[in-house]
Design a protein around this ligand. Structure first.
Ligand code: MN
Length: 233
């Protein structure tokens, strides 16, 4: 695990960012494996799709986010493993740091590989699995494409099942599943770049929030387990 997180740690200054360093303490192996999708407005908007496996989060950056439509293949760039604690990170990465911008926990839940030999399927570039999240569920596949960007390029595809849909989930369900916030609200409350963050929220959701007379008093699900940057500004 220490080796697996070297690249993750090398890219970050933990005295500056509030992202977790990742302690060398693998979670107890329980029956359920965690997955998380983090909407990340950094230099460019993307959705970080992470599957817990073998003490780390296997990670893919999906520029357009997952689609529920089986006819849509979404590019997913395989990136470095992240610590399992990263699944609870929602907040602001300071400007100028690696991945600087605003991070939202867009979906979370558990996942199950179709075949328990995940290492074999990762090596083969064909990983089939089932998600049980709040926005994403049912059967999915990650398949590696050939000869593009040094083997880091995969496609994330929904399989046909009851959870498949042509609904635009990214637009229809844009809020955090742990804090019910839009990206702009996370940035505002945690001292981030609100202008940058709001550019990645669906305009319809921003308009609805601004029109809502309860905007200032709206009750939110609080998420005590989520790391927040303790900025005072
Ligand atoms: Mn990211």
């Amino acid at each position: 695990m220490t080796v697996a997180l070297e690249e993750y740690r090398r890219k970050r200054r933990f005295g500056v960012t509030t992202e977790p360093k990742g302690v060398a303490k693998p979670r107890k192996r329980t029956k359920k494996l965690r997955f998380v999708v983090q909407k990340h407005r950094a230099g460019q908007l993307h959705y970080d799709f992470r599957l817990e496996w073998d003490g780390v989060l296997l990670s893919w950056a999906v520029p357009k986010g997952p689609s529920l439509d089986p006819s849509v293949k979404r590019l997913a760039m395989h990136v470095e493993d992240h610590p399992v604690e990263y699944a609870k990170f929602e907040g602001v990465i300071p400007a100028g740091e690696y991945g600087g911008g605003t991070v939202m926990i867009w979906d979370q839940g558990t996942w199950t590989p179709d075949d328990p030999d995940v290492a074999k399927h990762l090596a083969k570039g064909d990983l089939k699995f089932t998600l049980d999240g709040e926005k994403l569920s049912g059967s999915w596949v990650l398949v590696r494409t050939r000869g593009y960007q040094g083997g880091q390029s995969w496609l994330l595809i929904k399989h046909r099942d009851d959870a498949a849909s042509t609904a635009d989930i990214a637009t229809e369900a844009p809020r955090s599943v742990v804090s019910d916030r839009l990206l702009a609200e996370i940035a505002f409350e945690e001292g981030g770049d609100v202008r940058q963050a709001v550019s990645a929220d669906p305009p319809s959701a921003v308009e609805a929030a601004l029109r809502d007379p309860r905007t200032k008093t709206r009750k939110r699900k609080r998420a005590p387990a989520v790391w927040h940057s303790n900025r005072t500004k």
